[in-house]
Design a protein around this ligand. Structure first.
Ligand code: ADP
Length: 165
C-alpha cells in the first residue's frame, strides 16, 4: 500500500488544494493531508490548526477513507515516517513557487534520503489560486465562492464578521 503525505498550512483549504489531493489519490492508495500547526514559523495563520483540520476534513469528505487529515508539528520527515508515508506531495503553480519548493525538497532529502518529493501542477484554473489571496478577498468582502468549498466560505464570513444570521 503506497501512501503520500501532502503537507501545508491550509489556511484555509482551497479548491486548488483539493485538486492536488484528487491527483494524489489517483497515484497513491492513501493520501494524508498534513496540516502544519504553524507555531514556529513567521506566518501567523488566520485559522487555528484545529479549525484548519476540520475545514479540510469537511471539504474532503466526498473522497472517503482514501484521504485522511492530520495535524502535525516538528519535522515533516519525522511525521512522514511516523505514518508510514512513501512520498511527499507538493504543488507547483508558477515559477515563483519553484525556488522555495526546490529548497524544501532538497532539505527533506538531506534529512530523509528514502522519502521522495513529488510535484504536481493543478488544473489551469487553479494556477493563480492561493490561501492568502482567498483570505484577502474575504477580508475585503469579496466573493470567494469560486475558490473554496461552502464550509470554508462560511468560516471566512464568520471570521470577518459577515456571518449569515
Ligand atoms: P505552505 O505554507 O506549506 O506553502 P500551503 O497550504 O500554502 O502551505 O500550500 C501547500 C502546498 O500546496 C504547497 O506545495 C503549495 O504550492 C500547494 N498549493 C497551494 N495552492 C495551490 C494551488 N492552487 N494549486 C496547486 N498547488 C497549490
Amino acid at each position: 500500500m503506497k501512501k503520500v503525505v501532502y503537507p501545508g498550512t491550509f489556511d484555509p483549504i482551497t479548491n486548488g488544494h483539493i485538486d492536488l489531493v484528487e491527483r494524489g489519490a489517483r497515484l497513491f492508495d492513501q493520501v494524508v493531508v498534513a496540516v502544519v500547526s504553524g507555531g514556529s514559523t513567521s506566518k501567523q495563520p488566520l485559522f487555528t490548526v484545529e479549525e484548519r483540520v476540520v475545514l479540510a476534513q469537511e471539504a474532503l469528505q466526498g473522497m472517503g477513507r482514501q484521504v485522511e487529515v492530520i495535524a502535525f508539528d516538528g519535522f515533516l520527515v519525522d511525521f512522514v515516517r511516523s505514518v508510514g508515508g512513501d512520498a511527499i506531495l507538493r504543488g507547483l503553480r508558477a515559477v515563483s513557487d519553484f525556488e522555495y519548493e526546490f529548497q524544501l525538497a532538497g532539505m527533506n532529502r538531506h534529512l530523509a534520503e528514502e522519502i521522495e518529493t513529488l510535484f504536481v501542477t493543478p488544473a489551469q484554473q487553479y494556477g493563480y489560486l492561493s490561501s492568502s489571496m482567498v483570505r484577502e478577498i474575504a477580508q475585503l468582502g469579496g466573493d470567494v465562492a469560486p475558490f473554496v468549498q461552502k464550509n470554508v466560505q462560511q468560516a471566512l464570513e464568520e471570521k470577518f464578521g459577515r456571518g449569515v444570521q
